[in-house]
Write a protein that binds this ligand. Structure first.
Ligand SMILES: Nc1nc2c(c(=O)[nH]1)N[C@H]1C(S)=C(S)[C@@H](COP(=O)(O)O)O[C@H]1N2
Ligand SMILES: [Mo]
Length: 341
């Protein structure tokens, strides 16, 4: 471990391959296993995939800390290894909170605890946010940036489940998932879990940049005293349920059908309800208890399915009583159609 303040080198020299927005997904409705195989875990990279030189890789830890340092991969391995089973959910469109994209996976992430690293550098008690930087750069839609930067409140960063992850499902991260080291914040939208992490910074304010200011801030239905729009960063994932079976547009035999799917959220899901009459009446599904930050399985036996076309809706409510909006939200209610014959 070396000492010293992190320098503020621009990342424009970082090789990107490809150097354009990179997406991969298996539709969540097709993820029938409790743990998503690494090859099926979705990928989102705004600017494309940086090519990181493993031997040159360093993590700078700087800002409002008493003992700034620079860590290499060996240093990261020396911290106790922690593991978390967790869902990861993409927020969807950075500037449009009215569309539900339902891009989600569930996997085991392991690595060093961010809190162990932050204890080592001794954060100034006046620091309120932890910033995370990565060297990927370029153009995403109409936005350009010379790096990828996100932030989170210090309290969240100090929780024991936030990882500097170097493994996914027990194997080294692939390049697409952030090799060699990424941040992983269970329960936060994926956008916050910075891949190809190269710098951690403690600060007394939110991080500047498009990914913390212009994008990923959702308007709330209130205005401040001076009339300005109040926004909330896309941090905690709100509750959501997704019907996996039957598949959308499936033909099923009339009579009995078992409906099942996944539900998730920053807080554990307490209730899932199913409606087969377009939301007029709801019945409770059975739901499994949460392990760590895993998604949870729900199940409901619909005993008397008449022949014909039916819609099926699933609605999750978490332990805090927060539930899903009918429409126009990142987590609006999922609805499918089936044909019984
Ligand atoms: N450095 C960097 N980290 C990033 C991104 C990015 O573009 N650059 N995309 C974020 C977004 S929007 C999501 S949803 C998650 C996706 O993680 P995954 O590709 O491993 O599933 O990575 C996040 N971390
Ligand atoms: Mo995302």
């Amino acid at each position: 471990m070396a000492e010293g303040n992190g320098s503020n080198t621009p990342c424009a020299g970082q090789v990107m391959e490809p150097h354009q927005t990179y997406r991969f997904r298996v539709k969540a409705e097709e993820l029938v296993g409790d743990i998503t195989p690494s090859s099926d875990v979705f990928v989102l990279a705004h600017f494309g995939l940086p090519v990181i030189d493993f031997h040159a890789w360093r993590l700078q830890v700087s800002g409002m800390v008493n003992r700034p340092c620079v860590l290499d991969f060996e240093d990261i391995l020396k911290f106790p290894k922690a593991e978390v089973l967790s869902f990861i959910k993409c927020a969807g469109f950075p500037a449009d909170p009215t569309i539900a994209t339902r891009n989600v996976s569930n996997a085991v992430w392991s690595g060093a605890r961010l809190s162990d690293v932050l204890k080592r550098v001794e954060i100034d008690p006046r620091a309120t946010f932890i910033w995370s930087h990565a060297p990927d750069h370029g153009i995403y839609q109409e936005w350009a940036s010379d790096r990828y930067v996100k932030d989170m409140p210090v309290d969240r960063a100090l929780a024991a489940d936030v990882l500097l992850a170097y493994e996914l499902n027990g194997a080294p991260l692939s390049r697409a998932h952030g090799y060699p080291v990424r941040l992983f914040i269970p329960g936060y939208y994926g956008t916050n879990s910075v891949k190809w992490l190269n710098r951690i910074e403690a600060s007394g304010r939110r991080a500047p940049g498009i990914f913390t200011n212009e994008l990923y801030n959702d308007p709330l239905p209130v205005r401040s005293n001076d009339g300005a729009q109040v926004t909330r960063p896309t941090w905690d994932v709100p509750p959501e349920a997704l019907v996996v079976f039957p598949a959308n547009r499936a033909r099923v035999p009339a009579g009995e059908v078992v409906i099942w799917g996944w539900c998730w959220g920053a807080a554990e899901i307490a209730i899932v309800e199913i409606s087969v009459d377009k939301g007029q009446t709801w019945r409770f599904a059975e739901i499994e208890k949460r392990r760590q930050k895993s998604w949870q399985k729900f199940r409901h036996l619909w005993k008397s399915v008449p022949a014909g076309e039916h819609s099926i809706m699933a609605r999750a409510t978490d332990l805090n009583g927060e539930t899903q909006p009918q429409d126009s939200a990142r987590n609006s209610i999922h609805s499918i159609v089936i044909y019984a014959q």
